[in-house]
Design a protein around this ligand. Sequence first.
Ligand code: CDP
Ligand code: MG
Length: 756
Amino acid sequence: ARKGSSLVREIREKQSMNKSRQRFWELAGSKLGNILGVEKTAEQVDADTAVVGDQGEINFKEEAKFSQHLKDKAEAVSDFAKSKSLSQQRQYLPIFTVRDDLLQVVRENQVVVVVGETGSGKTTQLTQYLHEDGYTTTGVVGCTQPRRVAAMSVAKRVSEEMETDLGDKVGYAIRFEDVTGPNTIIKYMTDGVLLRETLKDADLDKYRVVVMDEAHERSLNTDVLFGILKKVVARRRDFKLIVTSATLNADKFSKFFGGVPVFHIPGRTFPVNIMFSKTPCEDYVEAAVKQAMTIHITSGLGDILIFMTGQEEIEATCYALAERMEQLISSSTKTIPKLEILPIYSQLPADLQAKIFQKAEEGARKCIVATNIAETSLTVDGIFYVIDTGYGKMKVYNPRMGMDALQVFPVSRAAADQRAGRAGRTGPGTCYRLFTESAYQNEMLPNPVPEIQRTNLGNVVLLLKSLRVENLLDFDFMDPPPQENILNSMYQLWVLGALNNVGGLTEIGWKMVEFPLDPTLAKMLLMGEQLECLDEVLTIVSMLSVPSVFFRPKDRAEESDAAREKFFVPESDHLTLLNVYLQWKSNQYRGDWCNDHFLHVKGLRKAREVRSQLLDILKTLKIPLTSCHMEWDVVRKAICSAYFHNSARLKGIGEYVNCRNGMPCHLHPSSALYGLGYTPDYVVYHELVLTTKEYMQCVTAVDPQWLAEMGPMFFSVKETDTSLLDHKKRQKEEKTAMEEEMEKLRRQQAEAARME
Ligand code: CDP
Ligand code: MG
């Protein structure tokens, strides 16, 4: 399955994955994603049994192997958390042995790079040590995380260790959620939040120390922060910066800041026995489930950690595991130890996330099924077995489509080694790799590609421009993004009207920066202002900023589809979202009403929160909340203006092509526009999702006249009916013209700099 990495193969691989996923989902009925009662059809039960019977190579007789000495060994090491108080646990961490030396180095240097194994205590302890050493008397200790889940869960843990309420002395901030207060002295946040704070306060005056955690992840925002914080360090002598990394190649960070000291936390890890798969694995979900079951039945106690790529697969895996356990228990005469199956991924509700840190009940084994979030961001003690699929999801900018797409890729060797290391934290462990040794040696990259080199830079460009970084190609990037990506992103911003012909921010551009939104959604809001339907557009943007609110349990698919259809506004999925929100509102925002209508109440509540926060920003900008009072055509016009690059015209039944690049795209069966006997000639869409086909997600019918009116650089009415080639040619000419203008400006600036 893992031969080379051409796009075609990539897609084929994905499709075969989809098949296996589908199969699991079919089996899964509805058990996981939805907690409602399940009633299986006879057919489903048959299918389940067939799959369980399939696992021929697992020898059930081996249960006897739960021998006493293995049990004792595992219990001795992993009972630690249960028996020790939090403060005792703190002192047991590897970082504690070097606490004083570390603080000394920090006192003597403005910037320090700290390297330590995952779980050594960097994230939870560093901030507390800094607090104990007095830094919080003159400012806040901030700590950035590339992932929101990590920011939340770590803040919670530290607030417990410091015996304070979360949001009091210790708090966190992620986009649209600020759990800090006037007393907060230790603040965990996503790197994106700190980046936005630099807009308001370029010198970050409220911070005494910033810990840039998980720097090895090289997230887009962390990479931009590197360049910005380097300047803060130069301007503020009282400011300290600590950069932490879980991997050894931290010299790069040290060099970037001019050769600052690298402090190593001595590791306390145990050997991990690595087992490669002998043959490439066809279906890694199936293989992982089998391996986990084998371990559970034949190996001594100790928890299992499985690495999958994303939510769907994690749910499928968890379900399959639960099914097989059930089957095993009912068919075996011996008592089978319990297996606690725990998923973890970024969209999982916080209370369920917290479960992975709780100790398994007496005699039970935990099996955590995670995305790469468990690679370094979260540490769970007591893992003895790691099962690694060797894959992860990555956001990659696809220049052909002009957009980011989340795709499944093989992980890097460094990441695979990190994953394996999770098995050796509490004692000697084993890592089962579901890929061959030759794949590891020959097909995996040594290190992950930094996000900045592979994603759309729209937000970054907007942000840097507003920080008055005139020439992006000269910004102090540790690894500069490809010039083509910068120019492409600039082009998209220019099309949205955020940049002028010479690459400077326009009035709209300046306003767009104020919103913690993607440029397209910010533009939609501002068009709502212009077209006097802001109230409506605000709701739509908020609904688009939360996960889908439609609840579709597999076993009640028809019922829930019917419920959803009642909300349909035939010409627009965006307006359908608006409709849902308005009806919820007119039902007093009630939770039981959501349940009755197959809507996720949590999602809607989140949308309401996002809405009120965006409204606050609008108020500070003195933008009045106008309404078009059910004259929804004008709302569609505002929607249209934000999605020029995502406009498509009808080609066949349910089949469209992108107006600019001719890429095929299809109406999704869940769309309000699907199967109503009404297919508009022109549509715009929120995003393209690649599954078996290129599906447009969230679609709105538009009048071609609007495209011509508001996007004159792309379309003229006449032209919308002429050949695709013409469009392409025109688009290319315009892009070249813009690039030339910018190049001219660049030369002028360089010239001016030389003269000075
Ligand atoms: O950042 P680093 O990987 O070096 O370690 P850490 O996240 O500070 O974790 C230190 C210890 O705290 C580990 O033993 C974790 O298991 C524990 N921890 C926890 O029990 N609950 C959390 N939410 C976070 C950490
Ligand atoms: Mg950490």
